[in-house]
Every structure is written in C-alpha cells, then in structure tokens.
Write a protein of this length. Structure first.
Length: 362
C-alpha cells in the first residue's frame, strides 16, 4: 500500500466519500477560539468554513451550500446573535472568497468582562466561568447533555450503531492478531510499526504485507461506515456528535503565561488548548486501550493532531509491552461507546499570567 498506510489510506477514503456523498447535506466546519487575558477581557473569534464541492456534486447540493453561505453572511445563524448579545466592544466581520464564492467567514469581538463570556454561551448546552487574577487565572467549562439532536435523529443513530460497532470489533481483532504475531517475532516489530506510522515500508515480508492489508481494510471500514451518509444525508459520525456532543463548535482556548494545570482540554498545535469532538472515532480511540495496548488508532490520532510537530519513534513503540484483553462483542462495544461519548462534566484550565516575564525579573 506504500508509505504511511493509515494516513494515505484515510486521504483516499476521503476522496471516495466525497463522490459517494455528493448529494448529501453538506457539513460545514465551525471553530471557536477564545484568547483570555488576566484583566478579564477576552478576544473571541468564530470561523465557519464551507465545503469545496467537487465536479460530482449535483445542483441541489450546490444550491444548499449557497443557501448556507447566504445564511451566515447575512447573520441569521445563532453565532451572529451570540456576538450581538455579548460583544460589548464591537464586532469585526471578515470573509474569504474564491471565484466569487464565500469560502469562510469570521466574526471577532472583544469581550470586556468575564460576564460577557458567560452570556455568550447562555443559549448553548455548556456554561463557562472565567475567573481572572494577576496571580492565577482559571477558565472552566461545564458541559450538560446535548439538546441539538431531534428524537428521530437519536433513533437513526441507535439503529446504525450496531453495524459500526461490528466493524470496530473486527478492527480490534486485527490489531490483536498482529500483536500475537509480534509477541512471537519481536525482531519484526520495529519494521512493521515503521510501515504503519512512518515513511518506510522496506523490509516487510509478503505475508506481513498481507497482514497489514487486512488491518488497513478493517481500519478503513470503521471510518467508511462512520462517515458515509444515510438516506437523510447525515453521516453516522455527524449524528453521534449531535446526540452526544454538547459543544456547539470546535473550541480552542489561548492564554498568556504559564499553564499550571488543565483538565479535559487537550494540547493543540501553537500552544492552545482545545476540546476534541465527541464523535465515533474519538470514542474508539478512548476505548481502544481498554482491550489493546499500545493503541494504534489513538497513536495515529495524536500524530495527526500534532501535525508537523509530531514525532514517532518506531523503535521505542516496538519496545512497549503489548496487552490483549478479552475483546468485546458488537453489543458490548456499542454499550461502551455510549458511555465513552458522555462529555466530561468539567473542563478546566489554570495558568499564571505573564509568568515568564515576572520570573525573569526575579
């Protein structure tokens, strides 16, 4: 399959799904970023990006995307109302066009006190508390249950989860089979992990190549079932996020100073802290270590998240102890997924503002 199997295979799957889902309801990407200061002010920006439509997209889907572009541009979306309600210091609107079509739109506002930030989230399923202090500031997010899905959407998710869970169990079995082989052939571990994660496939035996082919097929089946759309134009991944994820958009938090502690948030590139979407892939990566160690999908997800800053040492990974627990049935896995998709009750970030400059003066 060539280099970097999981990454390149996922790219190929994305291209294939773009054709399969040409008539589906287009999914937009919404991202929220909060830059917090010790004086209680915050710079908040929201960006929505619209999908690039390939030549296979039909006219109905193109019209729907154009409707969404107009909807956001004219400020009919809930984010426009949130900025109007909380943005005391004025709002800046910017956008990017390509070929005359709106590609992305960004709203930015300056919030002058912590209460404004709380007001901003008042109509969502999360509540925030920003406690600024020159010595130690804290930002907390309290997540409730998602109310974004309809009853019909919840039923569709429940009905489709069994097939995805079966594919996930097949994937876990392929990883387990690989680890059984490696336990008996320790000298092959580094070569195989390099073939999966790194940029070299040299030294693989033909039967090892076949084994990785099966693992790759199982991996892609998990992604394909999650990302393919149903008759209503929704992917299983999209339905899972509506049903379980209380966050209205991807969220990133930026602070100045030295971070003392973080809970729930994950470190993203550029030193910001974010909340990962509560979807099926995220659930699988959280659950994988329950049955398989070291986890392949979780490692892949971490490398993807870090991007250019990612480092992978196949030799070190090969030396890790491997563990295989009793693998679940599809029913047991589906039950575990629902538990894993429950959001953390609290997300906290504590930091010492301007710690670097103050420490240097000392």
């Amino acid at each position: 399959m060539g280099k970097q199997r999981l990454k390149l295979a996922r790219i190929a799957l994305g291209i294939a799904l773009a054709v399969v889902t040409a008539c589906a309801e287009p999914e937009i990407d919404e991202q929220l970023r909060c830059a917090l200061s010790a004086d209680g002010t915050a710079e908040v920006s929201f960006e929505v990006s619209f999908p690039d439509l390939n030549e296979e997209a039909d006219s109905a889907r193109r019209e729907r995307v154009d409707e969404l572009r107009q909807f956001y541009f004219e400020g009919w979306d809930p984010w426009a109302a949130r900025f109007e309600r909380a943005g005391q210091g004025g709002e800046t609107l910017s956008w990017e066009r390509l070929g005359g079509r709106l590609q992305s739109l960004t709203r930015t506002a300056h919030f002058e006190d912590p209460e404004a930030l709380s007001d901003f989230f008042a109509d969502t399923d999360v509540a925030v508390l920003f406690t600024p202090d020159p010595e130690e500031s804290e930002f907390a997010v309290f997540a409730g249950q998602s109310s974004r899905a309809t009853g019909e959407e919840r039923e569709r998710l429940e009905g489709s989860l069994a097939g995805w869970s079966q594919a996930a169990v097949v994937y876990l079995n392929e990883v387990a089979n690989l680890y059984v082989y490696l336990d008996a052939h320790e000298d092959r571990a580094e070569v195989i992990f390099e073939a999966i994660f790194d940029d070299s496939s040299e030294g693989l035996h033909d039967f090892e190549e076949e084994r990785l082919e099966r693992l790759l097929e199982a991996f892609l089946a998990v992604l394909e079932i999650a990302e393919a759309t149903d008759d209503q134009g929704d992917s299983l991944e999209h339905l899972a996020r509506l049903v379980f994820d209380p966050f209205p958009a991807g969220m990133a938090v930026e602070v100045e100073g030295r971070v003392l502690d973080h809970e729930g948030f994950v470190v993203l590139p550029e030193g910001v802290y974010g909340v990962l979407p509560l979807g099926l892939e995220r659930a699988l990566s959280k659950l994988e270590e329950r049955w398989i160690e070291p986890p392949l999908l979780t490692t892949y997800e971490r490398l993807e998240r870090l991007g250019d800053a990612a480092e992978f040492d196949a030799g070190e990974f090969a030396q890790r102890s491997r563990r295989i627990a009793r693998l679940p049935t599809a029913k047991e896995f589906a039950e575990a997924v629902e538990e894993a998709l429950a959001p953390a009750s609290e997300y906290r970030l504590r930091w010492r503002p301007n710690a670097a400059s103050r420490d240097s003066d000392d």
